[in-house]
Design a protein around this ligand. Structure first.
Ligand code: ADP
Ligand code: MG
Length: 277
């Protein structure tokens, strides 16, 4: 029982307006590791993850998530149970905070799943602790927070229900450096705990620091799927961030830069050393 798509097509709209967002997509997402879902804007990433928690049905083909099998015709039974197992952090989820205090916002999920109030509160407190927000935040209004703090609260809301699978849609987008680092560290923690995580991202730093597997979509199709340490060799030149362009160039001269991005000074040290070898 894993996560798999078998010949999945997904179309938005009908007839003349129809747009094919997923085009005969078959793939398996491994359990117990962190998978990065990359690809240009419009390649179908968000559509794919919405199929994984039953928000959308495939137009044809089969989507398997844990013990759920979704097809166009299948009746969705006990979707709320799936939503407990598959936590989804939407893109810009910080805009969806709505309660008048942070603790209430994070308790919303557990209460919705019928946990008693004191249990729900404990779950919320634990989740807030994971994202690094202490009790001084509990009674504050979400609207008094910075963007990064709001993202943390939204993420705590996902973690509070203790999902088996955690899906994050562009969690570092529009965060400052500190916020991006927080997300990388959190994902590394999940990775070390052996959680199943799927993270949609353009952020290659995040992929390198905190993912195991990489899936790239292109026009709703699978471009490639590989282990993290191979994926830079599969990207096109123009997709590479500068550091990795340099890394690729230097490989041809048998100088190997590490995957973790180095500072300019560190690069110079590596090159000097290579010259003297
Ligand atoms: N509600 C919608 N109605 C019509 N087209 C949509 C809708 N949502 C997304 N699309 C289209 O489907 C394609 C895939 O979108 P999406 O899955 O959001 O891509 P990504 O997350 O990779 O940027 C895009 O071309 C987008 O314009
Ligand atoms: Mg998207």
């Amino acid at each position: 029982m894993g996560i798999a798509l078998d010949h999945v097509f997904f179309t938005y709209g009908k007839r003349k307006q129809a747009f094919l967002a997923l085009d005969d997509l078959s793939l398996t997402i491994p359990i117990g590791v962190t998978t990065a879902l990359i690809g240009a804007t419009g390649s179908g990433k968000t559509t794919l993850i919405q199929l994984l928690n039953g928000l959308f049905k495939p137009s044809s083909g089969t989507v398997e998530v844990l013990d759920y099998i979704f097809t166009k015709k299948a009746k969705y039974k006990k979707l709320s149970l799936l939503r407990r197992k598959v936590g989804l952090l939407f893109q810009f989820s910080e805009n969806q905070l709505f309660e008048d205090s942070i603790i209430k916002d994070v308790m919303f999920g557990p209460l919705n799943f019928k946990y008693k109030k004191d249990v729900a509160r404990k779950m919320a407190e634990d989740a807030l602790k994971i994202v690094g927000l202490d009790e001084s935040y509990y009674d504050r209004s979400p609207f008094t927070l910075s963007g990064g703090e709001k993202r943390r609260v939204a993420l705590a809301g996902v973690l509070a229900i203790e999902p088996e699978i955690i899906i994050l849609d562009e969690p570092t987008s529009s965060l400052d450096l500190e916020g991006q680092k927080m997300i990388r560290e959190l994902l590394s923690t999940f990775k070390n705990l052996g959680k199943t995580v799927i993270v949609v991202t353009h952020d290659y730093k995040l992929v390198l620091a905190s993912c195991d597997e990489v899936i790239k979509l292109q026009h709703g199709k699978l471009a490639f799927q590989c282990r993290k340490d191979k994926f830079f060799t599969l990207l096109d030149e123009q997709e590479l961030p500068d550091y990795y362009k340099l890394k690729r160039l230097l490989t041809k001269k048998e100088i190997n830069l590490p995957y973790q991005e180095l500072s300019s000074n560190e690069i110079i040290t590596v090159m000097r050393k290579a010259k003297h070898e």
